[in-house]
Design a protein around this ligand. Sequence first.
Ligand code: NAP
Length: 483
Amino acid sequence: MSIAELTGIDGPTGLLIGGEWGKGADTFPVFDPATEEPLAEVANGTVSDGLDAVGAAQAALPGWAATPPRQRAEVLRRAFELMTARSEQFARLMSAENGKSLRDARGEAAYAAEFFRWYAEEAVRIEGTLMRAPSGANRILTTRQPIGVSLLITPWNFPAAMATRKIGPALAAGCTVVLKPAAETPLTALALADLLAEAGAPAGVVNVVTTTSSGRVCAAMMDDPRVRKLSFTGSTEVGRILLGQAAKSVLNCSMELGGNAPFIVFDDADIPAAVEGALIAKMRNGGEACTAANRFYVHDAVADEFIAAFSARLKSMVVGPGLDEATDVGPLVNEDTRSKVASLVDGATADGAALITGGRAPQRRGYFYEPTLLDGVAADSAILSTEIFGPVAPVVRFTDEADAVRLANATEFGLVSYVFTRDLRRGLRVSEALDAGMIGLNRGLVSDPAAPFGGVKQSGLGREGGHEGLLEYTETKYIATDW
Ligand code: NAP
């Protein structure tokens, strides 16, 4: 079946540079992780394509920056409406190239569109300040200006939302962009760029370069002085490389990197609510989320009850192709991801963990792995210090609040932490003590376009979403004024 028949979107597969769709000199295949079969051939951008895209973004910058905020907002608002009208096609496209279940993909289509709506509303709220200098000699006036051409690099796990979370605020602020999506999932990004053109984004405001040479193409763009901003979402490992490269031109960077989220269940928690929260925090997107709960710290007094209820729910989940309506858990994105997940589980059981459910890759085509629950995981098991990125929940029991906080914080990551307790004093005390940019307090989901999303420590720099997300694409200009 063709991609258009599968998804309802007969989207572009070329490079979008300066409002023109180009073929590129070469192509690369995109695979369906449920069948391992190729879905489409996409243009393989080169260094010169990347630099042309930067040139197109630079040429479009003065016009877009000068466009009245209300007009920029209206383009984003139309993009929201178009994406909402086509949410089912976008969901199917994401499911086809990423593998996620339709339920997850529908959730992502709505979440991704919401960034266009939120930033349509924020585009008209770029404020400055005015104050009298303490000496009384003059006034201090500040304004916010668009930072300029922005390079946006996105991962494969949320092919739509990670792109709209960057494009929305960048366009709202008056910046023009070059988007470099992950090679595993370029089709959604290309369809989004097409939609933005239809919504009225002028030629050159949004450019897309797909490539299998991301290192070389992005390095050349980052070295180009016309690029003034890098916004990256992906692994901490690649984030470190990019930060090193950005140092050369002192490029403004926003970094949304990896996570290793603890999920703490206290003995006074509402256990059914904690299990529901665990299912969302662990199983949304099949565990392939930076916010995925990676380590479950459960108080010994409630651990048996929590594990029994959680494992019953995991066992009942249907594993299958994302495009099947019955599927709860789709395949992982590729074989590397699945073998990494399998080896972490094998390592944990070899270190003494008990396998409560799962622990196997089903015998079928596609990169599937069963929902898995491990109990009694050894403190030094690699699974507790590595981002699993799969449907595997390792449980460690604790008895003391201070120990739980110490264990939760014993990582170089600090994106999100989850806390379940009925005691609000404890909930807020522990939330303050956890080294994380975000806390889910009696909630398994924190992502919200209206909220500042981001991490501390090696989980990143800066915030996306909310008003903060808009400010990342602006520079403050201070004008010392006398009158
Ligand atoms: P990744 O391997 O770091 O890749 C992310 C993006 O960077 C892709 O577009 C990739 O392109 C590109 N890339 C890889 N090497 C590069 C280089 N040397 N120079 C420039 N670009 C390069 O991450 P992933 O496997 O796609 O995504 C999973 C990771 O993203 C996880 O660690 C997850 O936690 C993190 N993530 C974080 C957030 C957050 O908001 N904090 C959200 C989602 C995901 P190619 O794939 O084409 O090489």
